[in-house]
Design a binder for this molecule. Sequence first.
Ligand code: NAI
Ligand code: MG
Length: 362
Amino acid sequence: TAKNILILAGDGIGPEVMTQVKRIIDWMNGKGLTNFVVSEGLVGGCSYDAHGTPLTDETMQRAMDADAVLLGAVGGPKWDNLDFSLKPERGLLRLRKDMELFANLRPALVFDALAEASSLKLELVKGLDIMIVRELTGGVYFGQPRGIETLPNGERRGINTQVYTTSEIIRVAEVAFDLARKRGSKVHSVEKANVMESGLLWREEVQKLRDAKYQDVHLEHMYADNCAMQLVRTPRQFDVIVTDNLFGDLLSDCAAMLTGSLGMLPSASLGGDLGGGKRRALYEPVHGSAPDIAGQNKANPLACILSYSMMLRYSFGLLKEADLLDQAAQNVLNAGIRTGDIMAAGCTPVGTDGMGDAILAE
Ligand code: NAI
Ligand code: MG
């Protein structure tokens, strides 16, 4: 049966990189590899320009009803001075919140052909393949109480609260264990149980879950500060890392730089099980709208293309098709075909559409 995909290309380079993904979707549909019905909507600055809001209720409802959502990027200088509630980013935040996307998957994968671009020595990152699972809807970014208050003595105090419930911990840990089973069967659970009660609860609940349901998966607990060190010391020791919202924010950006380029990084955000194997999901490149290169056919579409590959894999179980697409990216890079952001000596420069051509040819 046909699956409904909602595409929200957004602003800046979003529509440019998404154009290349749409060509790939058409190609795969044409070959009978997929049966996707694609519809499109507005999010971010373009939605504000058209409707006075970064996300309309109608588009929000379409995202809730879709089998998967693919997003480009939002934002740009044109909308920088808008009220907080009207900013393009609010559209993205509402999508994540209303769809209850609690698990953010960020792969840190080093392509052989690009290993030189890593911030680390080649021999440390060659073949690196880490999956970071970050809790996305709880923790200190959302916990109550929060705010800035003035004390009787006139001093001001800023407050944020780190808080996790058992169910919040368990559902994100389940995502990590399920992923590990399909990968290297190893999970590192990361917190600061030594100084935070919420971290201690995290550690206990993850261990209990492993002992009850995932005895085939190897589990290690690691303090977040040590994890940051280990990531740049011996990154290949990791397979799946599961951690809270704050530590995940930092560690995923750190891991990203092991791979070298923002234009290559995909992501997935998954929601709860809706039954029948269905769960809400949003796929998007990690990069933003890159106003400095927008409209110039310079953007690297691979992050968005690889996000689509994650959709094939995680929303629809189309593993062979996802592998095909990942392999095409690998081959194109091995052939030395490069957009500006990943350019190296002796390689062939292409634009956004040239990269799309090369992937389709592969
Ligand atoms: P950015 O990711 O848009 O750009 C950072 C640098 O990386 C720029 O020099 C850009 O040219 C380059 N770059 C990014 N993606 C690239 C690609 N695919 N190919 C080649 N080069 C690429 O981050 P920045 O500049 O901090 O933010 C620009 C706008 O994007 C802001 O309005 C920001 O709020 C928004 N943003 C949106 C995000 C989203 O939609 N998820 C995430 C991050 C930023
Ligand atoms: Mg971050």
